[in-house]
Design a protein around this ligand. Structure first.
Ligand SMILES: NC(=O)c1ccc[n+]([C@@H]2O[C@H](COP(=O)([O-])OP(=O)(O)OC[C@H]3O[C@@H](n4cnc5c(N)ncnc54)[C@H](OP(=O)(O)O)[C@@H]3O)[C@@H](O)[C@H]2O)c1
Length: 255
């Protein structure tokens, strides 16, 4: 990551120590705030407010925020069979807490007259993702929220972009193994940071598909009739992901 600023704030739930060490090794100061996006406490939000007020929101340059939150289904399934608590958690984390965090950082960006907000999204919000309906819905919220805010905040010098990720870029859903379409997280992040402000084949305003093999997938997907896309998503991608998800759960249960 081209991290070249003195301060940055991290709003992470867990495992920030390692990242903190890596950033400090590059000679930068770090302020770590722990916020549980599923069940945040008032104190946790206040910690983020304090960090912002101290000027610790710089991640990429000037004032910038990368919102990476994503709580997802353990595996594809029918909506009415889903764990209701998990569905509520997804909405709380991906929608409500995303909105709250944005509300905290925007005023400082407006005061400074600049800012960058990158919201991590998903192909699930591209068209539809049957059997992962709640996750797709939450990422759909983030997409139109980002696009709408982008127009609102443009006059204040603030850029907002929704980054489309495709299955396999991270650890979600038991992703494992790397391929052209399933890059290492660092490869994906580099693409995203190198192409800020570029659409890279995305159709909608203020959205980007920064990793080029995924741009090809988007092109092919956009040529398909929607019900066909949905069926392919379920029977091809969905089944594969389901198998990996099942493997991941079995592994976790055995530990
Ligand atoms: N992997 C994929 O296949 C895929 C595909 C498309 C889009 N995406 C999107 O890419 C982003 C990163 O996903 P990933 O694959 O890297 O999955 P991940 O490893 O599960 O990461 C999800 C992110 O959300 C954070 N998070 C989860 N629960 C949280 C909570 N209760 N409070 C605060 N933070 C919480 C995690 O922080 P901790 O590290 O502290 O847990 C992590 O930063 C997500 O927005 C996801 O929707 C992923």
């Amino acid at each position: 990551m081209p991290l070249n600023h003195v301060h940055q704030s991290l709003a992470l739930r867990t495992q920030f120590e390692q990242l903190q060490k890596e950033i400090e090794a590059k000679g930068m100061a770090v302020k770590a705030c722990v916020v549980d996006f599923v069940q945040p406490t008032k104190d946790q939000w206040q910690g983020l407010v304090d960090a912002v007020n101290e000027g610790h929101v710089s991640v990429l340059g000037n004032s910038s925020v990368v919102n990476n939150i994503g709580v997802c289904h353990a595996a594809p399934g029918f909506f009415d069979e889903e764990d209701r608590a998990l569905c509520d958690d997804m909405v709380r984390a991906n929608v409500v807490s995303t909105m709250t965090a944005t509300r905290i950082v925007v005023p400082q960006m407006q005061a400074q007259g600049n800012g960058l907000i990158l919201n991590m999204g998903s192909f699930a919000a591209l068209r539809s993702l049957p059997f992962m309906s709640v996750y797709a819905g939450t990422k759909g919220f983030v997409k139109t929220f980002s696009q709408s805010l982008a127009y609102e905040l443009e006059p204040d010098g603030i850029t907002v972009s929704y980054i489309y990720g495709q299955w396999g870029i991270g650890s979600m859903l038991g992703s494992k193994g790397r391929s052209l379409f399933n890059p290492a997280p660092s490869t994906f992040v580099r693409s995203a940071l190198d192409r800020i402000g570029l659409k890279c084949g995305a159709h909608d305003s203020h959205t980007s598909i920064p990793y080029y093999p995924h741009s090809i997938v988007n092109f092919v997907s956009s040529c398909l009739w929607d019900p066909m896309h949905a069926k392919l998503a379920h029977y091809g991608f969905g089944q594969h992901v389901y198998a990996l998800g099942a493997e991941k759960r079995t592994h976790a249960a055995a530990e």
